[in-house]
Design a binder for this molecule. Structure first.
Ligand SMILES: *Cc1c(COP(=O)(O)O)cnc(C)c1O
Length: 379
């Protein structure tokens, strides 16, 4: 039976004739290179969409975090604060910069960096003369961090912020776009994000010097001379013009695709939200999110083992669901990293689940997911 129907994915890319037209035009233009008019236009359109002054199109969100850290002056041996509840790329980029991630726990409303814990850790480190070189708050699953608190705390200790908004394009905090907080921000256009260039990322900042530096490093640190002259180590991190064209097509439909994700989450909430011990995680009070992935959380006393039992029941029907990001402090590769924990991320990882959420998911798909979940929970 499950082989009859196409697999229902967590977040599959949606490509229409609009994107095909953009990409075809780019190919016909001859600009098949990591530069060209679509790269420039994509950057300008991202600035217009977010209200942020400068954008640099890059080959991935990870590359954008890496160069962002270098631009903020992070040096080998430095410490950088990273939420433990994130996708590994945030912490990997810290490693790529030669620095060490220091993992902090989450608050349980938005699942993002715990401001109170950040304040405690920075206070202790300031007293010891060991302030980190930067902090990377992550807007998890499309929900922004509590930036009113986080920006104030980081400013108190003069620690720069690089916002990992890889999952949060189209989200906001107190009326300001995700990606706009701190010194610089980062978006990802990987295949399953809220919009995609199949692979790509964007570095965003209001500081033109930071933008120039990142643009220069991303194109092999080439000096403006007729021959290849290099004064610094460079990277090959620029986005291709063909992929920028795909990004422009996606961006033109982004609000429509986000509307679909928000409607999907509302349908889950309507079907499941009233079940005792089950909650669909909604936006925090400080800002509307893009509902990238619908997260559901179970009360483990009422529904022991529910996330994995549901994941397996859905998989049997050829439906993809996924545990929440496994915290970095639980990852073997970061076993030796410093961490400051309250237990929140461990609880969220144990009790949470990500449900099919993309713009291709239909009302009937969601009804089937909910029916299956209710069958496992038998409330
Ligand atoms: C996807 C993601 C990244 C990395 O972006 P890529 O474009 O895949 O390199 C970084 N941080 C978070 C939180 C992400 O979800």
């Amino acid at each position: 039976m499950s082989s009859m129907r196409e697999r229902i994915y967590l977040s599959s890319p949606q490509v229409t004739e609009t994107e095909i037209d953009y990409v075809t035009a780019a190919l016909r233009s001859g600009w098949v290179a990591p530069l060209g008019p679509d790269v420039d236009a994509f950057e300008a359109e991202m600035c217009a969409y977010t209200g942020i002054g400068h954008a640099v199109a890059l080959s991935s969100g990870t590359a954008a975090i890496h160069l962002g850290l270098l631009a903020l002056g992070v040096n080998p041996g430095d410490d950088v604060i990273v939420p433990t509840l994130t996708f590994a790329a945030t912490a990997f980029a810290v490693h790529h910069a030669g620095a060490r991630p220091v993992f902090l726990d989450a608050e349980e409303q938005s699942w993002n960096l715990d401001p109170q814990l950040l304040d405690e850790v920075l206070t202790a480190r300031a007293a010891a003369g060991r302030l980190p070189a930067a902090v990377i708050p992550v807007d998890l699953f499309g929900r922004t961090c509590d930036y009113a608190a986080i920006v104030e705390i980081a400013a108190k200790f003069a620690v720069p912020i690089l916002e990992d908004a890889a999952e949060a394009l189209g989200s906001a905090c107190n009326g300001v776009s995700a990606g706009a907080f701190g010194e610089a921000g980062v978006f990802s256009f990987n295949g399953n994000k809220v919009m995609t260039t199949s692979g790509g990322g964007m570095f965003m900042t209001d500081d033109s010097a930071l933008a120039s530096k990142v643009r220069y490093w991303s194109t092999q640190a080439r000096e403006p001379l007729p021959w290849y002259e290099h004064k610094e180590i460079g990277y090959n991190y620029r986005l291709s013009n063909v992929l920028a064209a795909l990004g422009r097509g996606q961006l033109s439909r982004l609000d429509e695709m986000i509307k679909r994700r928000i409607a999907n989450r509302a349908q889950y909430d309507l079907a499941l939200g009233s079940i005792d011990g089950v909650s669909v995680v909604m936006d925090p009070p400080w800002g509307p999110g893009n509902a990238w992935l619908t997260n559901i959380r179970f009360d483990s006393a009422l529904h022991p083992g529910a996330p994995e039992a549901i994941r397996l029941a859905l998989e049997e029907l050829n439906i993809e669901s996924r545990p929440v990001w496994k915290p970095m402090h639980q990852q073997p590769v970061f076993a030796d990293a410093e961490c400051h924990l309250t237990g929140a991320a461990d609880r969220i990882f144990a009790d949470g689940l990500c449900l099919p959420s993309g713009p291709n998911v239909t009302e009937a798909d969601i009804a089937l997911v909910c029916e299956t979940m209710v069958g496992v929970l038998h409330p």
